[in-house]
Design a protein around this ligand. Structure first.
Ligand code: NDP
Length: 267
């Protein structure tokens, strides 16, 4: 029987994880079965526990269950603890190991695929939800010159920043007027509804990279705005998706697959 893995979410039908992990398995000559599991919104633990008891070796967790997966794990990586969210579960005997590979996915995409340094850069992160929470620590580890967290509800950004003892500055969008950044990362869900976060137009420094975590919808309003306002490099979140999956493959199966063959004509 091949090793069994799953992605668990709600909805989950749109998830690209089965195709991505099938391609990784092909590359690394491993045999596995990787399925989608739809869990009711109040039934994550029942679904994941049944899968584990059937012999599943690990799972990827997507919306809206990353917080519940954090509570379900019996051992946590440091980066999962910082994010308070888990997107990768590995089952080892009675131990349920929880990790979070979203931040490593973003950093690896920026550095390896896009060739952008983070060290010494002025970084602006938009949003204070689960996606932003997952990437703050990995971004700080790259030693940017500064990291500003802007959110529509500034209190939420302030609460999040407090966990990083002065390493992160929090604000609302209006406070960004007159400031410039080398790297502007959209971790809001605004692109899901075709909306644009209320950014002042002057935030993009010369040679700025605008990065939208959203993927698969063409040029988002954020990327169009960035293009019109001086950003010279634009990227969607496909690379982050692939890199977080590759990192999760390292955690669960101990092998790092190559992601560039899957990036195709992303940009
Ligand atoms: P959450 O629901 O946890 O957070 C949403 C955030 O977006 C909040 O900060 C919210 O602000 C903000 N927001 C929503 N609408 C607007 C708007 N119109 N203008 C300004 N801010 C807005 O979502 P997640 O953090 O989980 O996900 C965010 C995005 O990241 C999604 O598009 C998701 O698909 C993507 N993502 C991509 C990944 C990848 O691998 N590429 C991985 C993980 C996520 P407020 O607090 O004021 O409500």
């Amino acid at each position: 029987m091949p090793d069994q893995y799953a992605v668990i979410g709600n909805p989950v039908a749109h998830s690209k994880s089965p195709q991505i992990h099938a391609e990784f398995a092909r590359q690394t000559a491993q045999d596995l079965i990787y399925v989608r599991l739809l869990a009711p919104t109040d039934g994550f633990v029942a679904v994941v526990e049944a899968f584990r008891l059937r012999g599943g070796l690990g799972a990827n967790v997507t919306l809206p269950f990353k917080g519940e997966a954090f509570g379900y794990a019996t051992r946590l990586s440091e980066r999962a603890r910082a994010a308070q969210a888990v997107n990768t579960l590995k089952f080892e005997g009675d131990t349920i190991f929880g990790d979070n590979t979203d931040g490593a996915g973003l950093v690896n995409d920026l550095r390896r695929n896009l060739g952008r340094m983070i060290a010494g850069q002025r970084v602006l992160l938009l949003g204070a939800g689960g996606a932003a929470r997952g990437v703050i620590k990995p971004l700080l580890e790259q030693q940017p010159a500064s990291l500003v967290l802007a959110n529509r509800t500034p209190d939420k950004a302030e609460r999040l920043a407090q966990g990083y003892s002065g390493g992160v500055e929090a604000c609302g969008y209006a406070a960004l007027a007159g400031r410039q950044f080398d790297l502007v990362i959209n971790a809001t869900s605004a692109s899901l509804t075709g909306a644009l976060p209320p950014l002042p137009p002057g935030v993009f420094a010369t040679s700025a990279l605008a990065y939208d975590m959203m993927y698969g919808v063409g040029e988002t309003p954020f990327l169009a705005f960035a293009r019109a306002n001086g950003a010279t490099m634009l990227a969607d979140g496909l690379g982050m998706l692939l890199e977080q999956a590759a990192e999760s493959c390292v955690v669960v199966r101990g092998r790092r697959p190559a992601t560039p063959p899957l990036l195709g004509g992303r940009r």
